[in-house]
Design a protein around this ligand. Structure first.
Ligand SMILES: [Zn+2]
Length: 395
């Protein structure tokens, strides 16, 4: 048994508690919790406790630099070591992989779940659906054969998409991912092929028939409307870097709200490319849109698109939280989004996302109060993953 004694809950209420942890689970949480004599004790006095951070949008095998093999295999990318160590070092104890080489990810996920790998918890989508000659296969992946073999599936006339989605579901993936995107990220401002709205709807419907939720990548407001109408469960991104479609009317915001979709703005992935050659700035429009969605009560996830160039694993989640704060969302709410909302996005809300008794002991201790200043999420002193110390900077 492990005890974290007299620690302040990082929710702005000032509550001090003692947490007891056994077999990877929180078994007590309260200021009067009695610490058994045999328990190992962590002195939490002066520290702040919160659930392990969750990144709702990553690419574990993605290229973190253009000189890495794009969508390289698990072994080519060093067993994902950069990803998993980056995450754990920054307190990220669960992630959602939104497109990687499927064979590798599913093998890696099996190893993680069997406790054979030191890694954050992981859910993944398997091969993603996209338009032939569309993003990302024909753009950032420059028509890579490797990607087509194992990570991308074209929605085309050759095989009914229903059959293809059912086959992916049969691989045991956690959700379905589809790209509904027009921006050509390698050749601005010329657009690339995109799925039709009807094709998009068929992918989403097929996912639902297979009992899976569907995440839809969009590049802007018009595409988001189509995704909401198609029944997307998760909408990835809001306004693409360099996009010219940037305005959400009140009616559009209401439509997304009524759809029930969770929106994942991935602000940091836009900021890193914003206002660079070929990418006119969308930053002010994006901040405005995020605030509109927040004010409307639309559930927002905290995802980074980590793994793409300039968006490193782990640290970017803290940048993303700072971006959301800059858009006008209070720190206390961002901390709920990165735990509770993200746990729901991963489909793990029964196990993760809070410090309630019965939840998995994925826990972060901070040296300073993140509700006072969101940048304090970076002041990480201890990370527990499944009740075990993954990072110790208690000094
Ligand atoms: Zn992505």
């Amino acid at each position: 048994m492990l005890a974290i004694r007299n620690v302040t809950v990082a929710d702005g209420t000032g509550t001090v508690t003692t947490l007891l942890i056994e077999n990877g689970t929180i078994v007590a949480n309260g200021k009067d919790a009695a610490i058994p004599a045999e328990a190992g004790v962590i002195a939490g006095e002066g520290l702040y406790v919160l659930p392990g951070f969750i990144d709702a949008h990553t690419h574990m095998g993605g290229s973190s630099a253009f000189d890495h093999p794009p969508a390289g295999s698990r072994h080519e990318t060093y067993g994902y070591i950069e990803a998993r160590e980056g995450f754990l070092n920054w307190g990220v104890t669960a992630v959602r992989s939104c497109g990687d080489r499927s064979e590798d990810m599913l093998a890696f996920r099996a190893d993680v779940r069997a406790g054979k790998e030191r890694s954050p918890r992981l859910v993944c989508c398997g091969p993603f659906f996209q338009a032939e000659n569309g993003h990302p296969w024909a753009t950032v992946y420059m028509k890579s054969e490797l990607l087509l073999k194992d990570a991308a599936i074209f929605v085309d006339q050759r095989v009914p998409v229903e059959r293809r989605v059912a086959a992916v579901a049969g691989m045991g993936v956690d959700f379905i991912k589809v790209f509904y995107a027009h921006l050509n990220k390698m050749d601005y401002p010329n657009p690339v092929s995109r799925l039709t709205k009807e094709q998009l709807k068929r992918v989403v419907d097929s996912a639902h028939r297979s009992g899976l939720k569907c995440a839809v990548h969009v590049d802007g407001p018009a595409e988001m409307m189509d995704a909401a109408e198609a029944g997307a469960d998760f909408i990835e991104h809001m306004i693409g870097a360099g996009g010219t479609d940037t305005e959400f009317t009140d009616e559009m915001v209401q439509k997304v709200k009524d759809s029930g979709a969770v929106v994942d703005p991935t602000m940091i992935s836009i900021l890193r490319f914003d206002n660079t050659p070929g990418f006119p700035s969308v930053w002010e429009a994006l901040k405005k849109a995020v605030k509109q969605f927040y004010d409307a009560g639309i559930p927002l996830a905290v995802g980074c698109d980590s793994g793409i160039p300039f968006v490193p694993f782990g640290e970017s989640l803290h940048d993303e939280m700072a971006c959301l704060n800059e858009a006008g969302i209070p720190a206390a709410d961002i901390l709920k989004m990165v735990s509770r909302t993200n746990a729901r996005v991963l489909g793990l809300e029964d196990q993760l996302g809070s410090l309630e008794v019965g939840k998995k002991a994925d826990i972060v201790l901070l040296g300073s109060d993140p509700v006072k200043d969101i940048h304090n999420t970076r002041d990480i002193r201890l990370v527990l993953l499944d009740g075990h110390v993954a990072v110790d900077r208690m000094g």
